[in-house]
Ligand binder design. Structure first.
Ligand code: HEC
Ligand code: HEC
Ligand code: HEC
Ligand code: HEC
Length: 148
């Protein structure tokens, strides 16, 4: 074999060995256990504390809002989707939840027109001037959005 080819092969070999060594040092142990990700991540995520309350937990103390919500078209949207995590408030109602997000952008997460949504889902074009500069909740009751 010619001298310059030999050198090239040695360099290639060293690069491959180097890659294997570095890879074995930096790739976490559980990588590939289930797929193309770190297997331990599954248990780590599972161990996070979920602080979200179920909407039915609000019936006893917020009967009014609850029954308005339950009979409106938002009854598929849990209280916590808008009010944040309220589990702490259910356990101790002196802890008042953060104010609900009533920004246009928040309502828009579900309602700004997008081709990815089913056509019959209620959507508005954010640039059409719908609602002008007012907050959506100025006209739509968040607990029963159809009634202005
Ligand atoms: C054990 C009774 C109790 C339960 C259960 C309860 N709350 Fe409350 N909540 C209260 C009390 C008391 C207040 C403070 C008084 C008020 O403003 O009505 C309050 C206040 C609030 C407020 C602030 C009201 C305001 O005027 O700013 C929100 C929002 C709220 N609760 C949401 C919820 C949600 C969502 C749930 C269910 C996940 C829930 N609550 C469950 C008793 C309760
Ligand atoms: C689509 C978002 C959304 C959902 C779902 C929702 N809320 Fe609200 N809620 C709001 C907003 C926004 C306000 C602030 C009121 C306003 O600005 O008109 C509010 C206000 C409140 C208040 C205080 C004012 C009032 O009307 O008495 C209570 C209590 C409350 N919500 C409880 C609940 C409960 C209980 C549920 C579930 C059964 C729920 N909310 C579901 C967005 C929501
Ligand atoms: C997590 C997603 C989500 C968010 C956030 C949300 N909505 Fe909705 N909204 C829905 C769903 C689901 C429906 C019911 C759609 C259906 O009936 O097919 C709905 C229905 C509506 C309707 C149509 C009601 C009807 O009877 O046709 C209006 C208006 C509306 N929402 C306004 C709002 C406003 C204002 C906000 C912000 C305060 C908001 N929504 C936040 C999911 C959402
Ligand atoms: C000035 C009052 C007003 C404001 C503010 C307003 N809306 Fe409306 N909205 C209406 C009226 C009236 C209708 C019914 C007539 C129509 O479709 O234009 C409606 C209809 C809708 C519908 C149903 C559309 C359909 O075709 O089913 C959705 C979804 C909606 N609004 C979401 C929003 C969102 C999100 C915001 C905030 C970015 C908002 N609206 C702000 C008055 C308002």
């Amino acid at each position: 074999m010619q001298q310059h080819l030999k050198k090239a092969f040695i360099l290639l070999f060293m690069a491959i060995v180097g890659f294997i060594i570095v890879r074995s040092l930096i790739v976490p142990e559980s990588f590939g256990q289930y797929g193309w990700y770190r297997g331990n991540a599954v248990n780590e995520i599972k161990s996070f504390n979920v602080n979200n309350a179920n909407s039915t937990e609000c019936i006893d103390c917020h009967q009014n809002v609850y029954s308005i919500w339950a009979n409106g078209s938002h009854n598929a949207v849990n209280c916590d989707d808008c009010h944040g995590s309220t589990e702490g408030h259910v356990d101790n109602n002196r802890i008042i939840p953060q104010p609900a997000n009533d920004s246009k952008e928040f309502c828009g997460l579900c309602h700004f027109r997008s081709v990815a949504r089913p056509k019959d889902f209620p959507q508005i074009d954010p640039n059409s001037g719908h609602g002008e500069d007012l907050k959506c909740t100025y006209c739509h009751n968040p607990h029963k959005p159809w009634f202005v």
